[in-house]
Design a protein around this ligand. Structure first.
Ligand SMILES: [Zn+2]
Length: 378
């Protein structure tokens, strides 16, 4: 049986997604500056240009406006005032349910003021599972009495087990995750002697315990997390300017990946290193790629990015996420843009006679949910 191209469009519109890396959406009111800053990932200052004037801002007007009963491409002022009438909780219910996601894998380690795992489940009416952030475990271990290494292990195992028990509906949804991991592994130092870790804790505490950048502590956490043998997510490429983009190239993870055994390693964001990430997914059985966040920020240009993710990476090694954080628009938009982009790309392959329609449907299902369901067992 061969689905027609319009059938392909329907299958893509209807496939239920696993959003395998996401953060909470806002639940508290904020001003327009907060919203427009959330349309900009890299700038850590209050932005001084019109926030909607970027691909993501245009995509919000095109895709989110109609969900709020507004015309497509509605003016930013009108979008903002309509948004204000609804409030964050109502917006969250609306956008999360419209995303067509069955399971949210929620990284809870990025500050307060946003929905936690249980709230994401309640607001969307679907399942949510916790992703344990390794920097947060490190922070808790640094403040625990006694030996840092023992405290880290104890907290990591307890939090991983706790998340699992709390989310028994979906099974295992907790993953260690490390931001700026490419940078952490630069230099390829091996081993993590306990004395170095204790000194690392001292150095970090001396600096006031801000964002964890101590290489000894980062490497220690990564290697301990590997022992759990649960999927490990890495932010690579595009992020805020506090992470040096030139050192977030996933190729800098090569030494670490060679030591990572069969623990699934999922590379997040990837842009502008999606080709390097795709190479790594081909080179290592345990490496996966995910273009979340980048798809939202690339907006009308995201089909080209999605096409590049479909270059070297084997199709069983690509997963979907929105990486939404803050405005609930982003959790929905990731799904809307991905569906549109993947349709554009694979329908082109079919029209060229390079892919069969059956294969196109199968690959869409792999990326949308089957690959994530397999590695996270949700
Ligand atoms: Zn993230």
């Amino acid at each position: 049986m061969h689905p027609s191209v319009s059938d392909l469009a329907h299958r893509i519109a209807d496939v239920t997604l696993i959003d395998q890396h996401v953060h909470g959406c806002w639940l508290t009111p904020g001003d327009r500056q907060r919203f427009e800053n959330a349309l900009n990932e890299a700038n850590t200052d209050p932005i001084t240009h019109p926030g909607f004037d970027c691909q993501l801002g245009f995509a919000v007007r095109a895709h989110c406006g109609p969900l709020l009963g507004l015309p497509k491409h509605v003016a930013p002022e009108d979008y903002w005032s309509r948004r204000g009438q609804l409030g964050e909780t109502e917006l969250a219910r609306l956008f999360l349910t419209a995303a067509g996601v069955s399971d949210w894998l929620v990284d809870t380690g990025v500050g307060g003021g946003v929905a936690d795992t249980g709230e994401m489940a309640a607001l969307s009416g679907n399942r949510a599972h916790e992703v344990v952030r390794l920097e947060e475990v490190a922070e808790q271990a640094a403040h625990a009495p006694g030996d840092y290494a023992a405290a880290f292990d104890e907290i990591l195992h307890r939090r991983a087990a706790g998340a699992q028990n709390a989310r028994h509906r979906g099974g295992r949804g907790e993953q260690g995750r490390e931001r700026g991991g490419a940078r952490a592994e630069r230099g390829g130092e091996r081993g993590h002697p306990g004395g170095g870790v204790a000194q690392g804790r001292g150095r970090w505490r001396d600096r006031g315990g801000v964002r964890l950048t101590d290489l000894v502590l980062l490497r220690f956490g990564l290697h301990r997390a590997l022992r759990l043998r649960k999927p490990l997510q890495f932010h690579v490429g595009f992020g805020d300017r506090d992470c040096d983009l030139d050192r977030a190239n996933p190729l800098l993870l090569l030494d670490f990946l060679r030591q990572s055994g069969d623990t699934p390693i999922v590379l997040l964001h990837c842009y502008p290193y999606e080709r390097e990430a795709g190479y790594l997914a081909q080179a290592f059985n345990n490496v996966y790629v995910d273009g979340g966040l980048s798809v939202n920020h690339l907006g009308a240009r995201s089909p080209a990015f999605i096409a590049r993710l479909l270059e070297l990476a084997p199709f069983g090694k690509i997963v979907y996420s929105s990486d939404g954080y803050g405005p609930a628009e982003l959790h929905f938009l990731g799904a809307a843009l991905w569906r549109k982009g993947i349709h554009r790309v694979v329908s082109g392959f079919v029209a060229d006679g390079e892919w069969s329609e059956d294969d196109a449907v199968r690959v869409v299902n792999l990326i949308a949910r089957d690959n994530a369901a397999r590695i996270y067992r949700v």
